[in-house]
Ligand binder design. Structure first.
Ligand code: ATP
Ligand code: MG
Length: 274
C-alpha cells in the first residue's frame, strides 16, 4: 500500500506560522492532558471519561474539561443535568463521581445546535480555562473535538498543555486524520504521550479475536512518527452501553476486563507525572 503523506492545509499552515502569545497554565491543576485524534467518532470522549475515572481510582484529583463546543459529550456520559453555579466572575465545576467537570452542555440547551463562529469558540475555551474554579487538581483531562481547528489551536498555542494522547481506530481513513493531528501537535510543541488503538478487535463468543478494522495500523503510525504506542482497547458493547447510561465502565464496574485496561493506561499516565 502506498504511504499516505497528509499535508496540513494552507490556512492551517498560515495560522501555525503566526506569532503565538504566551502559554498560560490552567490555574488549579498541576497537569493538563488533551485527548485528541483529529478523527471523529473514534472514542476520544469514551477514553477521556474512563481515563479520568481511572486516575481518580488510583488516588489522583481529576478534572474533566469537555472542549467539544459543537458536540459536548460529558453531560450525557456523566449524566449531568444541572447548571454550574457562578459568583458573577467564575463558574464552579460540577462534581460527579468525585471529578470536577465543565462542559458547554451544562450551560446551553443540549438540543440547541451551537452555531458558533471561531472567535466564539476561542472565547468559550478561555472561559473554561481561566474562569472556572478548578481546585487542587493533579490532572485536567481535556476531551477534544474532532479535527485540527480552532479548539486545538487555542489550547496548543495559548494554554500550557503538558501532554496529548492520540486515540484512533485502526482504519487507514482514521489514521490519515491522525497523522495530521500528530503533525499539528508537533508543530505546536505539545508533547504527544503516545497513541492508543481503540476498537482494535472484537473478541467473539468463540474466544477468537476479530480484527474488524484492520490490523496494527495505529502501532505502525506510532512507529512511523517516532511516538510511543500506549496499547489497545477492544470493541466491547458494554463500553458503549455504560457511556450511554451516564456511568462510564470504569465507574460502573472497575473489575470489568475493559476497565482494567483503562486502569493500566491511568497508572501509566500517573507514573509519567507524579
Ligand atoms: N472500545 C469500545 N468498544 C465499544 N464501543 C466503543 C468503544 N470506544 C468507544 N465506543 C463507542 O463509540 C462511539 C463513539 O465514541 P466517542 O463518542 O467516545 O467518540 P469521539 O471520538 O469522542 O467522537 P466525536 O469525534 O464525535 O467527539 C460511542 O458510541 C462509544 O460508546
Ligand atoms: Mg467526543
Amino acid at each position: 500500500m502506498p504511504k499516505e503523506k497528509p499535508e496540513l492545509s494552507d490556512a492551517m499552515k498560515a495560522r501555525l506560522s503566526k506569532k503565538t502569545p504566551e502559554k498560560n497554565p490552567i490555574k488549579g491543576t498541576k497537569f493538563t492532558i488533551a485527548i485528541s485524534s483529529a478523527k471523529g467518532g473514534v472514542g476520544k470522549s469514551t477514553f477521556a471519561t474512563n481515563l479520568a475515572l481511572g486516575l481518580k481510582k488510583i488516588g489522583c484529583k481529576v478534572g474533566l474539561l469537555d472542549a467539544d463546543i459543537y458536540g459536548p459529550s460529558i453531560p450525557k456520559m456523566f449524566d449531568i443535568n444541572e447548571k454550574p453555579k457562578s459568583d458573577g466572575q467564575k463558574l464552579d465545576p460540577i462534581i460527579k463521581y468525585d471529578i470536577q467537570c465543565m462542559s458547554i452542555g451544562f450551560l446551553a440547551d443540549q438540543q440547541t445546535p451551537m452555531i458558533w463562529r471561531g472567535p466564539m469558540v476561542t472565547s468559550a475555551i478561555k472561559t473554561f480555562t481561566q474562569k472556572v474554579n478548578w481546585k487542587n487538581l493533579d490532572f485536567i483531562i481535556v476531551d477534544m473535538p474532532p479535527g485540527t481547528g480552532d479548539t486545538q489551536l487555542t489550547f496548543s498555542q495559548e494554554i500550557k498543555m503538558d501532554g496529548a494522547i492520540i486515540v484512533s481506530t485502526p482504519q487507514e481513513v482514521a489514521l490519515l486524520d491522525v497523522k495530521r493531528g500528530i503533525k499539528m501537535f508537533d508543530k505546536l510543541d505539545v508533547k504527544i504521550l503516545g497513541l492508543v488503538d481503540n476498537m482494535s478487535f472484537f473478541r467473539g463468543d468463540d474466544g477468537k479475536n476479530y480484527k474488524i478494522f484492520g490490523d496494527g495500523g495505529v502501532k505502525r503510525t506510532a512507529e512511523e512518527f517516532n511516538k510511543e504506542f500506549l496499547g489497545e482497547i477492544p470493541i466491547n458493547p458494554a463500553v458503549g452501553i455504560a457511556g450511554d447510561n451516564g456511568k462510564p465502565i470504569v465507574e460502573e464496574n472497575s473489575d470489568h476486563e475493559i476497565s482494567k485496561i483503562y486502569l493500566e493506561f491511568s497508572k501509566k499516565i500517573k507514573s509519567i507525572y507524579l
